[in-house]
Design a protein around this ligand. Structure first.
Ligand code: ACO
Length: 167
């Protein structure tokens, strides 16, 4: 079966692509990124779950059906055909701000042997572009204290406090 992209390429910032190191490509998540190590990249972030291909595909198909809300992007290293950096922006519909839209940045990860090449920065710039294209009035995220300087370099300011309740 031919490969499917999560969303259309007009949402991908051309300037971010031009700023990537040679041999790296920015794109939407694809249906065959399971084989390209998409889930392995996420392991630098947290426990991922040991998905089968079918479990990956079920989630991909859900996101595809809701691709006005879910935008997962990747940076791939072309020579190896491997995913090396990933991130998502989820667009939430609200009543406040006159049916306003808020972008939530989630699950940012760069392979440990690829960190420090500005790939994390490019992922965030690309997600901010998608948020702006979708009409979000703000884009927000939660992070650890350790990552605050990184997000400040990406143009974010510290605001409010995160609260969590685990079931
Ligand atoms: N502390 C201080 N500065 C940092 C840090 C840090 N922890 N990480 C990056 N920076 C700086 C870099 O030095 C660089 O600064 P410069 O422009 O002055 O040279 C700038 O931020 C951009 O750095 P990148 O090279 O783009 O960073 P990288 O590609 O390594 O990605 C990331 C950063 C995403 C935090 C990566 O290290 C990573 O995957 N870490 C493990 C997973 C993680 O913590 N993800 C974020 C979770 S929060 C969320 O998902 C919303």
């Amino acid at each position: 079966m031919s490969e499917i992209s999560l969303f259309e390429s007009h949402l991908l910032c051309p300037q971010v692509q031009s700023l990537l190191p040679a041999g790296y490509t920015l794109r939407a998540l694809r249906s065959n990124d399971y084989e390209r190590g998409f889930l392995d990249v996420l392991t630098v972030l947290t426990e991922v779950g040991g998905h089968t291909k079918q479990e990956f595909t079920e989630q991909f198909n859900y996101l595809k059906k809701h691709n006005h809300e879910y935008h997962t992007i990747t940076i791939t290293e072309d020579a190896k055909d491997q995913v090396v950096a990933v991130g998502t922006i989820f667009v939430e519909r609200k009543f406040v701000h006159k049916n306003g839209l808020v972008g939530h940045i989630e699950d940012i990860a760069v392979n440990s042997n690829q960190q420090g090449k500005k790939l994390g920065l490019r992922i965030i710039q690309a997600l901010k572009f998608i948020g702006a294209q979708r009409g979000c009035y703000k884009v927000i995220l939660d992070c650890s204290e350790k990552n605050v300087p990184f997000y400040e370099k990406c143009g974010f300011k510290q605001k409010e406090i995160e609260m969590a309740w685990y079931v």
